[in-house]
Each structure stands twice: as C-alpha cells, then as structure tokens.
Design a protein around this ligand. Structure first.
Ligand SMILES: Cc1ncc(COP(=O)(O)O)c(C=O)c1O
Length: 420
C-alpha cells in the first residue's frame, strides 16, 4: 500500500468552519497558536489505531493521548462491557461501595507490586498524584517532596508544583518544600533524602521526555534510602502502566516496590475517566479519625469501573502480541536511521514506548511531528518541559500490527526526506 499521499493542510471545509463558529469559545489567541502549530484537528470518529477528522482525513494514532487509548480506539470488548454496564448501572453514590468497585479494587491490588492492598478511587491522574502526596504527608507528618527533572505529573495543585517552571511561577505554586533532582541520578538521591522528606515521586521510565530507563539499580537504591529515612516512594504509573513498558505495570519492568502507586489513563479503556491510588494498608490509617478525609464525587463511576475491569483483562491478554509488534516498530526505526544518516543519532525502546534522538543541528521533535501530521500520523508533540527538544517519542497502541508499522515507516521515511 502506498501511504505517502501528503494530506492537504490548506483551508478546508469543516475544520475551518468549526474555528469560525466556535474558536472564540476556546480562547481566540490560544486557538490561533494551536492552528499555527499545524497539528490540530476536529475529531469525528475513531476506530482501532486510527482517528478520522470531520474532513474525512485518517490519522494513525501513535500518541494515544499518552496512554488513554492503549487498547486502541473503541476496543470491541471495552465497548461491549460499557454498553452492558449502562443497562443497569450509573455513577453510584460517592459514599457507597458496590460489587464492581470491590472487584476492581481487588484486581488492581492483586496485579500491583507486593503489598499494595488498599485502593482509593479518583477521576484523573493529577488528582491521584495529589491524593498520594496528601496521604504521604499525613502518614509521615512531613512536607518535603522530591521529584525529577523533565517529568510531568499533572495539572492540579501538588502535581503542578512538580511541573514546568513557567506554569509553577505564574500559578504561584513555587513550593519550597518540593525539590527537583536529575532523573536517574543515584548520587543526587543520596544527597537529598533526609528525615524532612515525605515522599519521592518517580516514574519507572521518564515517559514524557526521552523514555530514559534508569534501570533497577536506581530504584533499589531509592528503596533503600526511603526505608532509611522514612520517606514514601510514590510511583507514577499514569503513562508507564497498563502495558506501556511491555509489562502490566512499569514497576515490574524495573523491579520496583513502591509504598504508593498511581494509575489512570489506560484504566479508562478510552471511554470513561478513572484513576486509582494504591498503597500499603498502614498508610491509609492516618485517616482513621474520618473515613472521607479526601474524596471525589465522580471518582469510580460504576460504569467506569466495569470498563476498567475489562481494560485490565484485555491489556493482560494483548501484551505478548504487543511486545512482538513493538519489535517490528523497533526494526522500522532502525531502517529510518540507516536511510537518513546524520539526522537520527539514536533510537530507544522500552516495551511500547519509543524515543528518537535527532541531531539537534538538523531536526527538532516538533518539526518531525508536524511533518508526520501532514501525512496522517499523530505522535506526542514534544515534552511540555522542553518544547524545542530534539527527542521525538512514539506511543503506539498495544493493538499495533504489521500494517500500522508499515504505514508509519512509509510516512516517516517520506517526512524525513523533506526535513533537516
Ligand atoms: C506521567 C503522568 N502523570 C500524571 C498525569 C496527569 O494525569 P491527568 O491528565 O489524567 O490528570 C499525566 C498526564 O499526562 C502524566 O503523563
């Protein structure tokens, strides 16, 4: 199949009509920037590995909203479970339990690294990170937090305090109790952990920047230092979880035993927002004076819970095939590297997360993402922390198949031919 048909980004019917009609409601200046980026669409429908916009353009989705569509779009088993759930279920009262909530909590606890028996519900990843930090502070009676550079943990209170400095300063959430360290740097860890630290927030692999994998030794030393100082280790599995690193949780990949684990995105099955905070049972006991010290009205809708159960089941089933297909994409990146010498300096893969290092003299991630977009492929735009980064990432869905790899290779080859 010839995939090299360049899509026209000239003004077209429905996409531009949308902006004329509604653009100002999304902030006119903001929308102008989005349109100027060349990477935007008005989505119409999606199926499998593709999204189709309102002008009928079809895009291969190697971004998957950073993990929301790990199972692709509208996975049949997810849609069936959701339809069935809607026959009898609704949100449910925010204070009460239900059988599906019990089942999801048990499945999550059993799937997670050892001893994380207790599960609290959230809607989003940011909310789950904030809850995890509140628990760590309540449990330890401390407020110090260590986090790592070029990592993203969300857009609410505490999660923003660990985010890009521009956002921190205009939002006035420069928190002096929060300290950023270089990711993967064992010596820096040794110098920073002490009895003032409530928690260290860390991803198993740096998913939102360069896919850097610090390896098990880093996490073993982090575990040792946390035990020695009484700090809690919070592992953010919002992106690395639900199969992304080739294992159900990224913690398995790097043999991590956290005190608290945060999950979201992929748990949604792409159709219902849902997050979770898993922890050692002792941690929740700092709340025994009141069982609802922190709660969230829309957390764990009974419909969403059914979907998350199906998402867990399907992710487990699909992992072997996904890992094999990841090997094909790795080969394709090797071909691109050989065909475009001097532009790509290296490629990295951990499970189903891929990073391409461009020669910064020749190419930036954003240029590549824009050129791919014009050809009908979506990849993550660039790290929020570093928009000029020369590192492009690919997050294909786990339903990845040979035909998707071929489509990507043809289009990326064509795009690279015109760049740098
Ligand atoms: C690693 C990581 N943690 C947390 C979050 C926050 O999740 P949410 O956008 O669901 O609030 C994100 C979002 O992209 C993320 O990438």
């Amino acid at each position: 199949m010839n995939h090299n048909q360049t899509l026209s980004l000239a003004p077209t019917g429905r996409r531009d009509a949308f902006i004329a009609e509604y653009g100002r409601h999304f902030g006119a200046r903001r929308v102008e920037l989005i349109v100027k980026s060349g990477r935007w669409m008005v989505e119409d429908h999606a199926e499998g590995a593709h999204i189709v916009d309102t002008d009928g353009r079809r895009y291969l989705d190697f971004f998957v909203s950073s993990g929301v569509f790990n199972l692709g779009h509208r996975h049949p088993a997810i849609m069936a479970r959701m339809r069935a759930a809607l026959e009898t279920r609704e949100f449910g009262n925010l204070l009460y339990f239900s059988e599906p909530k019990g089942e999801l909590a048990r499945l999550l606890a059993r799937s997670a690294p050892g001893g994380l028996e207790v599960v609290l519900p959230t809607v989003s990843g940011s909310e789950a990170i904030d809850l995890a930090l509140k628990l760590a502070m309540g449990f330890t009676g401390r407020q110090g937090v260590i986090h790592f550079d070029n990592s993203y943990h969300g857009s609410t209170g505490y999660s923003t305090a660990m985010g890009p400095s521009a956002v921190r300063s205009w939002a006035g959430i420069e928190n002096r109790a929060f300290r950023q360290l270089p990711y993967g740097d064992i010596a820096a860890l040794r110098g920073a952990l002490d009895e003032g630290i409530a928690a260290v927030v860390v991803e198993p692999v740096r998913s939102n920047f360069d896919g850097l994998d610090p390896g098990p030794a880093f996490f073993a030393e982090l575990r040792r230092l946390c035990d020695a100082t009484g700090a809690l280790m919070i592992v953010d599995e919002v992106v690395t979880g639900m199969g992304r690193l080739g294992t159900l949780w990224g913690a398995e990949h790097n043999r991590i035993t956290p005190d608290i684990m945060v999950a979201a995105k992929g748990l949604s099955g792409g159709v219902f927002p849902l997050g979770a905070v898993l922890m050692r049972p002792a941690i929740i006991d700092c709340w025994t004076d009141h069982p609802y010290r922190s709660f969230s009205t829309y957390a764990w809708s009974n419909v969403g819970v059914e979907v998350a159960i199906a998402a867990l089941e399907e992710t487990r089933k699909i992992l072997p095939a996904a890992n094999a297909a990841g090997g094909l994409l790795e080969e394709a990146l090797g071909i691109l590297r050989r065909r475009h010498p001097g532009k790509i300096t290296s490629v990295r893969r951990v499970g189903l997360i891929f990073a391409i290092d461009f020669n910064p003299e020749r190419l930036r991630a954003l240029e590549f993402a824009t050129a791919l977009y014009g050809r009908g492929v979506i990849i993550p735009p660039a790290a929020i922390s570093m928009p000029t980064s020369p590192i492009a990432r690919l997050l294909p869905p786990l339903i990845l198949a040979r035909e998707h790899v071929e489509e990507f290779l043809d289009k990326a080859d064509d795009a690279l031919g015109t760049l740098g």
